[in-house]
Design a protein around this ligand. Structure first.
Ligand code: THU
Length: 129
C-alpha cells in the first residue's frame, strides 16, 4: 500500500475516535510483517491518563492477534487546522520500539502533506532489552 493509502485509512480510523475531552481525533493503521493491517483510534477516559493513543490502540490490537513484527505505522489527525502532522508521543514511540517498527508516516487532515520517518529518527538511542 502507498503512504497515501495508509494515511487515508488512518484518517478513516480517526472517525471512530472517542475523544470527548480533547476533541482531537487521531487514527492509526499498522502493517504487520505478513502484510496484515490493523487500525486504531484514540480512546479517551474521564481519568485522562487512562486514555489510549491511536497508535497504541492499533499496535496493541495487532499484538493481541499475534503480530510480533510491525513494518509500518501510519497516523493522522483529522480535526485541527493548525496541526501539520500528528507526530506520535514519546510513549507510543517506545511501544513502536517493542515491535521493531521500521517506517512511520505522519499526516493530518485531508490534503495535508505526508511525512516519512524511521523509528531511529523519532526515537534515537532507544531502550531495549
Ligand atoms: N494522541 C494520539 O492518539 N496520538 C498521538 O500521536 C498524539 C496524541 C491523542 C491522545 C489524546 O486522546 C489526544 O490525542 C490529545 O492529546
Amino acid at each position: 500500500m502507498t503512504p497515501e493509502e495508509l494515511i487515508d485509512i488512518a484518517r478513516g480510523a480517526a472517525g471512530n475516535a472517542y475523544a470527548p475531552y480533547s476533541n482531537f481525533r487521531v487514527g492509526a493503521v499498522v502493517v504487520g510483517a505478513n502484510g496484515e493491517t490493523f487500525v486504531g483510534a484514540n480512546i479517551e477516559n474521564a481519568s485522562y491518563p487512562v486514555s489510549s493513543c491511536a497508535e497504541a490502540t492499533a499496535i496493541n490490537t495487532a499484538a493481541a492477534q499475534g503480530v510480533r513484527k510491525i513494518d509500518v505505522v501510519a497516523v493522522a489527525c483529522i480535526d485541527a487546522d493548525d496541526v501539520d502532522a500528528a507526530y506520535p508521543c514519546g510513549r507510543c514511540r517506545q511501544i513502536m520500539s517493542e515491535f521493531d517498527v521500521d517506517t512511520i508516516y505522519v499526516g493530518a487532515r485531508a490534503g495535508s502533506e505526508i511525512r516519512e520517518h524511521t523509528l531511529d529518527e523519532l526515537l534515537p538511542h532507544r531502550f531495549k532489552l
